[in-house]
Design a protein around this ligand. Structure first.
Ligand code: R2B
Ligand code: URA
Length: 311
């Protein structure tokens, strides 16, 4: 595939395909991935993580552990029924990290600040391990905009609350914006794993709005504070809908921005647990939510299988 300017894979055949990273990384001996509880001195990164081709992330440790066991079955790596996976980030006491062959499954917590910390450390991990073209995928939940609950939304791009396609951070007190485009080809490839003969729900591609808050940032009327009217909420959500926004969640801006800075392809695959045009509170029973949460997992597992065995 086409490399970004200044990235030439052939010049450094033994390095990772990532680029644009901190030039001082090589000075860090060891480099300590503090929140993962891993470091380059006590772990041989190329040996342990060098085969990683997919990095899947989701909000909670439990969901990512379940996904890892599900993948083990789906990609045929189940050695015997008693195979137990170890949380490789247990020492960090923040995130959970499981490895199933070429797939890493990590929990990212809630919001851009949390997933940013994870991504800095996972991207450094890919670099130290000399991984080749790893793909990063977030599987999660979201609020839909005019879509039926249970629908899977794959993000075409991430935008902020002003519909600006950039992740803004403050560096030295100065605003810096990083473009938050996602890989279109990857989104299409994942969507093509939807099977209308088996899946009794829709899978769509659309714009994703990413906010830094679940309540006011998403124009909910049920937060502890609310200084706008139901009419103002209606106007805002309808404007989002007119602008092609299909869902709202809280991590896509950081994921899109940090991965594209490193020349990593990334996707965001979320199931809508409600239609925000019809309400704010999530009243769906837990058993149904649990079923819906599997939908992005099933789709992404099919995608990984296809890439591993049919390419
Ligand atoms: C979706 O769900 C969480 C909030 O409930 C948040 O992490 C997100 O993006
Ligand atoms: N996650 C969000 O960020 N918003 C929702 O409405 C549902 C899940």
């Amino acid at each position: 595939r086409q490399m970004k300017d200044g990235c030439n894979k052939d010049e450094q055949p033994k390095e990772s395909t990532l680029c644009g990273l901190n030039p001082c990384l090589k000075c860090l001996q060891p480099d300590i991935l503090y929140h993962l509880g891993l470091d380059t001195e006590t772990t041989d990164f190329p040996k342990v993580f060098g085969d990683v081709r997919f990095v899947c992330m989701g909000g909670t440790p439990g969901r990512m552990e379940n996904f890892a066991y599900y993948l083990m079955q789906e990609i045929g790596l189940k050695i015997n029924a008693a195979t137990k996976l170890r949380d490789m980030a247990e020492a960090g006491k923040r995130f959970a990290l499981f490895k199933v062959g070429p797939v890493l499954c990590a929990s990212h917590g809630m919001g851009c600040p949390s997933i940013s910390i994870l991504l800095h450390e996972l991207i450094k991990m890919m670099h130290h391990a000399k991984c080749q073209d790893p793909v990063f995928i977030r599987i999660g939940t979201c609020g839909g905009i005019g879509v039926d609950p249970g629908t899977v939304v794959i993000s075409s791009e991430a935008v902020d609350g002003r519909l600006n396609p950039a992740h803004e951070i403050l560096v030295h007190g100065v605003s810096v914006q990083h473009a938050s485009q996602l890989d279109e080809g990857l989104a299409d490839d994942i969507k093509s794993c939807h099977d209308p003969s088996k899946d009794n729900y829709e899978t769509i591609i659309g714009r994703t709005m990413c906010t830094h808050d679940f309540y006011e940032g998403q124009s909910r009327l049920d937060g502890a504070f609310c200084e706008y009217t139901p009419e103002m909420k209606k106007t805002y959500l309808e404007e989002l809908q007119n602008q092609g926004v299909k869902n709202i969640e809280m991590e896509s801006l950081a994921l899109a921005a940090l991965t594209s800075r490193a020349n990593i392809r990334a996707a965001v695959v979320c199931v809508a647990i409600l239609n925000r045009l019809n309400g704010d509170q999530i009243k769906t029973p837990h058993e149904i939510l649990a079923k819906w949460e599997k939908r992005p997992q099933v789709l992404v597992a099919r995608y990984i299988r296809k890439v591993l065995y049919f390419h």
